[in-house]
Design a binder for this molecule. Structure first.
Ligand code: HEM
Length: 500
């Protein structure tokens, strides 16, 4: 097949291929910018148009002109992710990088700028870094993680259950994963809300991305300093102590990686699964009738709405062929996970249910396949299960057609999920369990330290979360009490007007 003239990489221009008569506008206006408005509005529509025009591997541009290849085929995605010798994870292979085409202020930098972490490593170096991560993450007891999720779910539900309604993306799906992840990392709860904002912003590739990235990295550096002096039973301390011998910078970068990939992805999975549970009659009927479990429903969502639509990236180590396109050494390839999952070559009947089938691309494949997938599934599953137990009459408060999504170049985010239910009293406070009780029963080297103070920029002294922390009262509980005009020490809950 003739290489596409708009294809990435330096090289002589070649004649354009035959145009698709149905979609002339696409090629007439040049290659699609994945950070542009067309992708923002309807990424799935865009992928299908690209597939019609180019086949399983399509030329696109990033940030107004940097060329790259978007993989639309299921097989091509697997081939690239499973062949690191041809398609490296090391962005320093990128010719745009070598040619100085990526400015220091590029919004792509937080996601593709090379950093000393396993995402950008191949071979032995990747194994060294990844072993530290997977072995440390493997020390978490699954039941312990579920207990964290249950506790935070109850606390979040307590914040809105007396209201008879809530917006579940902001009040729930965007809060819970970060609250759980900060616990796993060893951070105090108080970091959660600000980190939610900062991590989302830096993944969007907007002009504030670099500032948000600096905030996240600063918070993690502070954590690592504290854990070096006073280790606990958490990811930060375990990474510092791992025999792979990670440097302090490597530990910070891997904690950042866990926060970034773990939060945005699990938030999206939770929001989309909840949306389907509330809107899709098959799910409601099946869940009620016991034919399909919540984990099955989650896999279905991972097929049709993978939390990361695109993964940047891989870089060709030499000239090669893929999906009929000629790829040049140093070209960037983007794994199109959402497009690959609906590739007609493997899913000729797109409406056929995929319950329980785990062969989707949502966690990618090959040596970099997501090591946190079971944690992401456990958070989503436990949270929705607990939520539905607390609010079994939960229903959508708007027409399904009113729901909308916002897309960035790498993910697609449900904007809002307004729900309603019968107002209920909050349940009694769930006591903050000490870390030891949610961890496997292994001897602890030293007592779990007291909560650490929140960093200055996060907490306006007397009012902020840091102030609450000293009394061991979670910030949301204290806020709730303030809103209802109750002192911290009073009996926590009472009826609201109209509550049953
Ligand atoms: C449901 C939620 C999640 C989804 C859909 C997801 C998806 C992904 C994907 C697509 C990758 C990229 C793999 C590649 O480069 O080919 C990845 C990597 C990664 N994920 Fe996840 N992830 C999820 C949750 C998590 C969680 C909760 C954690 C940590 C607790 C985590 C930690 C990581 C790490 C450390 C990597 C880098 C692995 C490497 O480069 O070797 N993920 N994830």
């Amino acid at each position: 097949m003739t290489p596409h003239p708009d294809g990435p990489g330096p090289g002589p221009a070649e004649p354009p291929p035959a145009r698709c008569p149905v979609h002339p506008a696409l090629s007439d206006s040049g290659p699609v910018d994945l950070l542009g408005p067309e992708n923002e509005k309807d990424p799935m529509g865009l992928y299908e148009r690209l597939r019609v025009e180019h086949g399983p591997v399509a030329p696109i541009v990033l940030d107004g002109g940097i060329p790259a290849w978007l993989l639309l085929g299921y097989r091509e995605n697997l081939e690239v992710s499973r062949t690191p010798s041809r398609f490296s994870r090391d962005s320093r292979h990128w010719h745009a990088w070598k040619d100085g085409g990526i400015g220091a202020d590029s919004p792509l930098l937080p996601v593709v700028g090379w950093q000393p972490m396993c995402t950008f490593a191949d071979g032995d170096e990747h194994e060294r870094l990844r072993a530290a991560l997977t072995e440390s993450m493997g020390r978490f007891d699954r039941r312990g993680i579920r207990r964290h999720v249950t506790r935070f779910t109850h606390q979040l539900v307590n914040d809105f259950c007396a209201d008879g309604g809530a917006e579940m993306v902001t009040a729930f799906a965007e809060q819970l994963p970060m609250l759980v992840l900060t616990q796993l990392l060893g951070m105090p709860d108080e970091y959660g809300p600000r980190l939610v904002e900062a991590t989302r912003d830096l993944m969007k590739g907007t002009e504030t991305a670099l500032r948000s990235d600096a905030y996240v990295t600063g918070a993690l550096k502070g954590l690592v300093d504290r854990k070096r002096a006073d280790p606990g039973e958490d990811l930060a301390s375990w990474l510092l102590a791992h025999p792979s011998g990670l440097t302090e910078e490597e530990v910070v970068q891997h904690l950042r990686l866990v926060l970034l990939t773990g939060n945005e992805t699990t938030t999206n999975l939770m929001a989309n699964t909840l949306r389907m549970v509330l809107t899709d009659p098959r799910f409601r009927a099946s869940l009620a009738g016991g034919q399909m479990t919540l984990p099955d429903a989650i896999e279905h969502v991972l097929w049709n709405e993978p939390p990361l639509t695109v993964v940047p990236g891989r870089w060709a180590t030499g000239d090669t062929e893929l999906g009929g396109q000629r790829i040049k050494a140093g070209d960037m390839l983007l794994l199109g996970l959402a497009a690959g999952n609906v590739d007609p070559a493997i899913r000729p009947d797109i409406g056929a249910p995929m319950y329980g089938n785990r062969s989707h691309l949502a966690f990618s494949g090959g040596p970099h396949e997501c090591p946190g997938q079971d944690i992401g599934r456990a958070i989503t599953d436990t949270a929705i299960d607990t939520l539905l137990l607390r609010l079994p009459d939960l229903r959508l408060a708007v027409e399904e057609s009113e729901l909308s999504w916002l897309s960035s170049w790498i993910s697609r985010h449900l904007v809002a999920l307004p729900v309603e239910f019968m107002p209920r009293r909050p349940e009694p406070d769930i006591v903050d369990e000490p870390a030891a009780s949610v961890l496997p029963s292994r001897p602890r080297a030293r007592p779990t330290p007291e909560r650490e103070p929140a960093p200055a920029p996060l907490a306006p002294a007397a009012e902020g979360p840091g102030a609450m922390a000293s009394g061991h009262v979670p910030w949301w509980t204290a806020l709730w009490r303030r809103l209802l005009g109750r002192p911290s020490g009073s009996a926590p809950y009472g009826r609201r007007p109209g509550a049953p």
